[in-house]
Design a binder for this molecule. Structure first.
Ligand code: SAM
Length: 226
């Protein structure tokens, strides 16, 4: 008999509430508890789908402490779903530590396929996607220059997450390290009403944002070195 899954990693929409799977909704209904990065955000999501479930906080500030307790509950048979605010947990979000702890304890883990921001950004970019690397957020201070220096020689397409207020600074640094003729794409507000994908050289993209207030969530995709 196959072992019962006790941790479901459940992706949630990155903007458009229609992007939830039927399976995700079933899992939410069937598990004993939901672990959420923000209990209010997840509470609103569940309310939208008319699901009532006990939600516990599981975020970067309590993750280390919470894991032991969650694993103990799993050992007595409890089944959990883990969600983040948006997208796939563990992708630039809490989740990895819990998954690793469960695997070490012999607890079965299943990650449902579903929304994540970097896949639509990569595909929308029109940049070669047969080989790519996911960089997530660049370090803000320590290690940033070292990372950019090592990426300057990268031949694979690169994917970065960025916040709107750092976008111009990051684009300028990418142009400085990779050259301003490097092709890239900035995807903003994916799956939402004002989704846009701005494609061109880093110089052209920087110019297109000049004197504009940048808002929303952003993924930067940059072509690798030729
Ligand atoms: N776990 C999420 C995933 O699977 O994509 C990522 C969480 S990370 C804390 C948040 C970052 O994801 C944002 O700063 C942005 O870079 C990216 N992101 C999330 N939603 C997005 C959207 N609708 N459009 C563009 N980027 C998005």
């Amino acid at each position: 008999m196959s072992q019962q899954t006790q941790l479901f990693i459940v992706p949630t929409p990155i903007g458009n509430l229609e992007d939830i799977t039927l399976r995700a909704l079933r899992v939410f209904r069937e598990v004993d508890y939901i672990l959420a990065e923000d209990t209010r955000t997840t509470g609103n999501l569940l309310k939208h789908y008319e699901i009532e479930k006990k939600i516990f906080p599981h975020h970067q500030f309590n993750e280390h402490r919470a894991i032991e307790n969650v694993v103990e509950r799993m050992k007595t048979g409890a089944v959990f779903a883990l969600v983040s605010d948006a997208g796939t947990p563990s992708i630039s979000d809490p989740g990895f530590l819990l998954v690793r702890a469960c695997i070490r304890e012999g607890i079965r883990v299943e990650c449902l396929p579903g929304p994540t921001a970097f896949v639509p950004a990569l595909v929308n970019s029109g940049i070669a996607n047969d080989h790519f690397i996911f960089e997530g957020f660049l370090p803000h201070k320590k290690g940033r220059n070292t990372r950019l220096t090592s990426l300057a020689c990268e031949e694979k397409t690169m994917i970065f997450y960025e916040s709107p207020h750092r976008l111009i600074k990051t684009l300028n640094q990418l142009a400085e390290y990779f050259g301003e003729d490097r092709y890239a794409c900035v995807s903003r507000e994916l799956t939402k009403v004002f989704e846009e994908n701005i494609r061109g050289t880093l110089r052209e993209i920087i110019d297109s944002f000049e004197n504009k207030m940048v808002k929303g969530e952003i993924v930067i995709v940059v072509a690798g070195k030729k």
